[in-house]
Design a protein around this ligand. Structure first.
Ligand code: FES
Length: 73
């Protein structure tokens, strides 16, 4: 499953999250372990409160795992 050119907008729940950065997960935006052959690792994030987040799926953000708009440039 390749990278997409748009972020995943999700209503996230509090807790420790591991977001996919390799583009290969079948459970985006979360890591499913598919990165093993890509040389990449998931991005860990602590979500303190329930909120909407935009998770990068172009692989180019400077604020991983969150979208910074780079996909649109
Ligand atoms: S499956 Fe993509 S980082 Fe783990």
């Amino acid at each position: 499953m390749p990278y997409q050119n748009t972020p995943h907008l999700i209503d996230e729940t509090p807790g420790t999250k591991h977001y996919c950065t390799c583009g290969e997960s079948a459970n985006k935006p979360y890591c499913d372990g598919s990165h093993e052959t890509t040389g990449k690792t998931p991005a860990k994030a602590e979500i303190a409160t329930a909120k909407q987040v935009a998770i990068c799926d172009c692989g180019k953000t400077g604020t991983s795992p969150f979208c910074d708009g780079t996909h649109a440039k």
